[in-house]
Design a protein around this ligand. Structure first.
Ligand SMILES: [Fe+2]
Ligand SMILES: [Fe+2]
Length: 242
């Protein structure tokens, strides 16, 4: 598994952890952390299966006790099934997830929701040191209670499953040939995204932020002109046809 710094400006960083080269049946996932000074914030920290490796990699560069917040874009097991392990290491961390899922996630165990902020449908802002993180509604872009996260300081967008692709652990970290990568993304979106209208609304709301990086929870990261190519592609993509 790789750990890479994908954004850095003085004391503010984005860290990628992923590309598991082990041959397993778990879908490949991208884990991200924001580091601001000493404070650490995790985004979709992943499944129980990957926890030991993700935690080991992250602990090489930060003190795990400094994890202040954990964002769960939605309710799936590849997003948050490792949550009890993270909470046991950093019991004071605040968990952010759509309020829609609170009672469902409680079925995993009470420890999942003890420190959980039920994010309202319109989203919220989360301060992290001198940075501001905004949870942007992404409902019906896959999950019906779903958020993306925009970091206003870094201008980096974590898009969750939007922009995802099923790839293996050897796939490039960044999108290299957009048209080729779009062919890999297409079946993922056409099966998992139920509404073109919802995707169009999401594209409009994130485009105004002009993200410099778009980081999905599966697949390749978009940078420079590929961020625009991706948003254009998604806006025109027909999904929800069955
Ligand atoms: Fe999902
Ligand atoms: Fe996912």
């Amino acid at each position: 598994m790789r750990i890479e710094t994908i954004y850095q400006n003085e004391g503010h960083k984005w860290i990628f952890i992923g590309r598991d080269e082990a041959e397993t049946e778990v879908i490949d996932t991208n884990q991200y952390a924001i580091i601001n000074g000493d404070d650490v914030f995790l985004m979709d920290p992943g499944g129980a299966e990957l926890f030991p490796e993700v935690m080991t990699k992250l602990s090489q560069i930060v003190d795990i006790k400094n994890i202040k917040g954990i964002f769960s874009s939605h309710q799936d097991p590849d997003i948050i099934s490792a949550l009890p392990y993270w909470i046991s290491l950093c019991p004071d961390a605040t968990i952010y997830c759509s309020g829609l899922w609170r009672g469902f996630i409680a079925h995993y165990g009470h420890e999942y929701i003890a420190n959980m902020v039920s994010v309202p449908d319109e989203g919220i802002e989360i301060p992290l040191g001198d940075a501001m993180l905004e949870l942007i509604p992404a409902h019906y872009c896959h999950s019906s209670g779903n958020f993306s996260l925009f970091d206003h300081k870094a201008r980096v967008l974590f898009s969750g499953d939007i922009g995802g692709a099923v790839i293996d652990g050897h796939y490039p970290l960044y999108c290299e040939d957009f048209q080729k990568h779009a062919d890999v993304m297409k079946p993922f979106h056409q099966r998992l995204m139920p509404s073109s209208e919802a995707l169009m609304r999401w594209v409009k709301s994130v485009r105004k932020h002009r993200p410099s990086l778009i980081c999905p929870q599966h697949g390749a990261i978009f940078r420079s002109e590929d961020t625009e190519s991706f948003l254009d592609w998604l806006y025109d993509l027909e999904v929800g046809k069955y």
